[in-house]
Design a protein around this ligand. Structure first.
Ligand code: IVH
Length: 677
């Protein structure tokens, strides 16, 4: 591979891993599956191994995950909290064992096999038997002090006592905080009843609960702690194996995994792993695999550590769960922005404890990639908490005497019957119904009334919904006929005479607008504010725009090939024309835009900065735009002039440095007045 390609790939991977670390460790909201994260990690690791000279300074390979949130005090771990390497199948497990054997020649190795708890790692300090601090793992080096919250965990000893064991003066216990499945289900039911957000899985629920700044809230959450290791002990405990350590911790009052084993061979480890996988659904807690550790502590010491993980242990992850079922039907759902999404209707099937009957297929490309046809047998995968996915289509299971029709994109929208369009190079198909399509109605109305469009203040979402329910709003043109339904509207909750009148006034006032705002309000795909203005300036009248062909649309500044097509398609659809004509018939009007010849600032780039006292930034922007200028957010050598209000800062400095013209507010107003004449 070329050096630049390797570098680019490394940078991309580092960036992706950093994003996911942030989502996982800081936000508690993982955006991808663990296995995908592992893959990114492995890809980067492999590249670094192959091209050691190119290893980037900020590579995460030798660091462990995210940063501590700032709201809790940060604490440096005396003994770093490392992570574990992974194996995913028997072959990789046996390779792990071979590596150990190579490093411990002629030695018997026993394995301690534990559950891999799917929660959050924490460190607990006991001084003379009293819990004095609890710290999250954080990035492995530094964590957050969450002692108050952790003290609310019921099954965790706050004071150690034991008949058999002398209490150490210092003990640091490592383990995992998690939410048992039953508690999780109950919590989510309560959250739902209260109208609060529910948690995607027990791990997120545990993380969210531990992060509560108010220990009262944490206390109300059914958390549990399971111990899996000792990081420090003074005086030394004298234990010689991992399995003994677990028993010792248990005797001190800590919960440990309900299943754990000592195995004499790696084959036995594999057997236990398969056994536990079968028991997994019946366990009280979520696990995402097993942890395999060398049992003998002296051997552990001999093996030591790689930079971010011990050599003497590995996680053995469970594969994602899959089930076979039948694809009964594919429905196309129309989203609020008109995108058509295929949804597979499946014969209901249990996948990892959840019944799955609807799964998104994303887009037509995915259907063709899978070659999914109605009647097919398909594999549905779900790994842990993740959204189920159709992973594979079993074409080899098709019956010779049965028809399996190839799935095609519908030619017409299932909601409004407008033609479906899919521009070249795009993955998503869309309904061209726009303003007319019921599925897109709310979004279209919301956009239509927004400030930069028709600016109808007071027609908020709640009222729009009520009006839709009363069937008073079929499309945006109906807004201008609402005054014919006063009586019905007064029936809407909280709609008094006065608020109704305000709303109707706002609607009436919106009728006087600009061509640019009107074009923008139509919500044509790809036509934002700037493009709408360019179209208004170029075509001058609505009729000219309606009749424009693709070639002339493309000549408009800001309009590329694809947008030109979208605009053209919009005005080809009869439904849209009908709505536009009704709007104009209802009295929407505007002054003719300044002819391009009367746009003295055509092609110039202006910047506005600081606080203006006599007009708003938006008004100033509109004035400049009406004269043909582009208003940009940053000063460059291409800037024609900077309008600097009060407290203008770095932009003014930069303009002066570059020798660019500047005006204060007074000068600007005089300038505008002289040009508007
Ligand atoms: S031992 C040096 N044992 O898995 C690290 N870890 O992927 C030794 N985990 O953050 C860790 N169950 O929090 C160990 N029985 C178990 C575990 C376990 C879950 C977590 C641990 C760590 C992560 C590593």
């Amino acid at each position: 591979m070329q050096t630049t390609t390797v570098l680019m790939q490394m940078r991309r991977l580092i960036q992706l891993i950093a994003q996911h670390n942030h989502a996982y460790y800081v936000m508690d909201q993982p955006t991808i599956q663990d296995s995908e994260y592992d893959q990114l990690f492995h890809q980067l690791k492999a590249l670094e191994q192959e091209y050691p000279d190119l290893v980037q300074a900020d590579s995460p390979i030798n660091k462990v995950g995210g940063q501590a949130l700032s709201k809790f005090e940060s604490v440096v771990h005396h003994v770093p909290m490392l992570s574990l390497g992974n194996v995913f199948n028997q072959e990789e497990l046996y390779a792990f064992a071979r590596r150990l054997e190579e490093r411990l020649p002629q030695q018997q190795i026993q394995y301690d096999v534990e559950l891999k708890f799917d929660g959050l790692a924490i460190s607990l300090w006991y001084e003379n038997g009293v819990l004095t601090r609890a710290v999250t793992r954080g990035d492995g080096e530094t964590g957050e002090l969450i002692t108050q919250n952790v003290k609310t965990i019921r099954n965790l000893p706050k004071v150690l006592s034991s008949d058999q064991i002398e209490i150490p003066s210092l003990l640091e216990v490592r383990g995992e905080v998690l939410m048992p499945k039953a508690g999780f289900n109950k919590l989510n039911a309560e959250q739902e009843a209260k109208g609060d957000k529910t948690f995607a899985n027990p791990r997120n629920a545990a993380a969210g609960s531990l992060r509560q700044l108010d220990p009262q809230v944490a206390a109300s959450r059914p958390l549990a702690f399971y111990a899996y290791g000792i990081a420090q002990c003074e005086p030394l405990h004298g234990l010689t194996t991992m399995s003994e350590s677990l028993t010792w911790l248990n005797q001190l009052g800590f919960a440990i995994g309900e299943l754990h084993y000592v195995c004499d061979s790696i084959e036995e480890v594999q057997q236990r792993y398969e056994e536990v996988q079968l028991k997994r659904p019946d366990l009280a807690i979520e696990i995402d695999g097993m942890v395999i550790k060398v049992d003998d502590l002296k051997q552990q010491q001999q093996l030591g550590f790689l930079s971010r993980e011990p050599r003497w242990a590995t996680a053995y992850k469970f594969p994602a769960v899959a089930a076979l079922t039948t694809l009964e039907q594919i429905d196309w759902q129309v989203g609020r922005t008109g995108t058509l999404t295929p949804v597979a209707r499946l014969t209901p099937v249990a996948v990892g404890g959840v019944t799955v009957s609807n799964v998104t297929l994303h887009n037509i490309g995915e259907i063709h990639r899978l070659d999914a046809r109605v009647g097919d047998t398909v594999s549905v995968y779900r790994s842990g908490d993740v959204i189920p996915k159709v992973e594979k289509v079993w074409a080899e299971l098709r019956l010779a005497d049965q028809e399996y029709e190839i799935v095609n994109l519908p030619s017409h929208c299932p909601v409004c019957a407008s033609p479906v369009v899919m521009p070249e190079g795009e993955a998503l198909a869309r309904c061209s119904g726009g303003l007319y399509c019921a599925a897109q109605r709310i979004e279209a109305i919301r956009h239509f009334v927004s400030r930069k469009a028709m600016d109808i203040e007071g027609l908020g979402d709640r009222w729009v919904e009520s009006l839709l329910n009363l069937q008073l709003l079929d499309n945006v043109a109906d807004i201008y006929h609402l005054q014919e339904h006063r009586e019905q509207m007064l029936g809407i909750e909280k709609m008094g005479e006065k608020s109704l009148q305000n709303l109707l006034d706002a609607i009436e006032n919106s009728k006087k607008t600009t061509l640019a705002a009107f074009i923008y309000a139509l919500g044509i795909r790809g036509v934002g504010e700037t493009t709408a203005r360019m179209l208004a300036n170029t075509f001058q009248t609505l009729d000219a725009l309606k009749q424009a062909d693709i070639e002339s649309l493309k000549k408009t500044p800001d309009v590329g090939d694809i947008t030109a097509e979208w605009i053209f398609d919009f005005f080809q659809a009869e439904h849209n024309i009908e709505v536009v004509d009704r709007l104009i018939a209802a009295g929407i009007h505007w002054d003719a835009p300044l002819a391009p010849t009367r746009q003295p600032l055509n092609g110039e780039s202006w910047v506005i900065t600081g606080t203006l006292s006599q007009l708003t930034r938006d008004e100033a922007t509109q004035m400049l735009q009406a004269l043909g200028a582009r208003v940009s957010g940053s000063v460059s050598s291409k800037t024609k002039c900077l309008v600097a209000g009060e407290k203008a800062g770095s932009k003014l400095e930069k303009a002066e440095k570059l020798g660019i013209d500047t005006m204060n507010e007074e000068e600007f107003l005089v300038f505008i007045a002289s040009h508007q004449a």
